[in-house]
Design a protein around this ligand. Structure first.
Ligand SMILES: [Zn+2]
Length: 299
């Protein structure tokens, strides 16, 4: 089988396995301030499945368009499926999942679904991906929510500035298909006779789950303060990615969610050099693959 992966910005990828086309997340139609990814959800004429990691707009939006135009089935949480139903996707195209499911995508190709965690967007993090962060452990949810938060607060402050860009950004968030609730993040393992691909779209994990999975290629989300086993990571984002790659025993690492997907909030994206260096130490032999949007990676 011929397996090809293409990045479409943020945490969205298109995976092609012979004639099978699978979208991993569906968010291509970003704010006009973000660099274009070269493909709009409306341009997608072929898709069999859309696997959605969680229900926030920067992952889910676009799945309703792809489903309508191609008949693709959407695998996502109950919350993702609720939003899709509201946007007119028929129930027959929705596969609500909690983790524990295995779906046949094509002859010889399946996907397993696992429960996962969202990054700690409630902590304000300005650290570079090699800077260690500590603290914020042992907090209850109400204590977390009373902290000066991350993305939501940043957007609120920016919108409060009242600029035209802020108006566009707010309108984008309000009209894109998504939920304020992450819906319970999921991760996926796609298996073909020749290879296996792990897909994660937000920087959080249960180490006990990851240690049960083996993946030849891992698509790992790198943004915000990572969450490990329900607590903020005591360390760096680069260290988080390397730890995950090690747990998965992966041979190829591809990043997601690390680009400048929502300027000026995302502030330029980040330098991936430290991830490469940390991987070389923690998982020697693993290949770190970096490509631009729509530049195909042969797996
Ligand atoms: Zn999210």
């Amino acid at each position: 089988m011929t397996t090809t992966l293409e990045w479409l910005g943020t945490a969205t990828y298109r995976l092609t396995i012979d004639n099978l086309v699978v979208f991993l997340d569906a968010y291509m139609d970003r704010v006009p301030m973000a660099p274009p990814v070269g493909l709009s959800a409306a341009d997608v004429s072929r898709a069999d499945f859309v696997l959605v990691g969680h229900s926030h707009f920067d992952h889910l939006a676009g799945a309703e368009v792809i489903a309508a135009n191609t008949g693709a089935k959407i695998v996502g949480s109950n919350e993702s499926c609720r939003v899709m139903r509201e946007r007119g996707v028929p129930g027959a195209q929705l596969l609500p999942s909690q983790g524990g499911e295995r779906y046949r995508l094509a002859d010889g190709v399946t996907v397993r679904v696992f429960p996962s965690l969202h990054a700690c967007t409630w902590v304000l993090s300005d650290a570079g991906c090699d800077e260690e962060e500590h603290g914020h452990t042992g907090l209850t949810q109400d204590e977390r929510m009373s902290l000066p938060g991350g993305l939501v607060q940043r957007v609120t402050e920016f919108v409060g500035g009242g600029s035209e860009e802020a108006r566009i950004l707010m309108q984008h968030i309000q009209t894109s298909a998504g939920s304020m609730n992450d819906g319970g993040p999921l991760v996926f393992l796609i298996e073909t006779p020749e290879t296996s691909i792990f897909f994660q779209d937000t920087s959080g994990c249960w180490t006990g789950v990851l240690s049960q999975i083996r993946a030849d290629t891992a698509i790992l989300a790198a943004s915000a303060r990572a969450a490990v086993d329900g607590e903020p990571i005591q360390g760096s984002l680069a260290g988080f990615v390397a730890m995950e790659a090690k747990l998965l025993g992966t041979k190829k690492v591809v990043l997601g969610h690390h680009d400048n997907w929502m300027p000026p909030i995302t502030n330029g994206g980040f330098d991936t050099g430290p991830v490469r260096e940390r991987l070389a130490v923690e998982v020697p032999g693993a290949e770190f693959i970096e490509r631009g949007y729509l530049d195909p990676i042969a797996l």
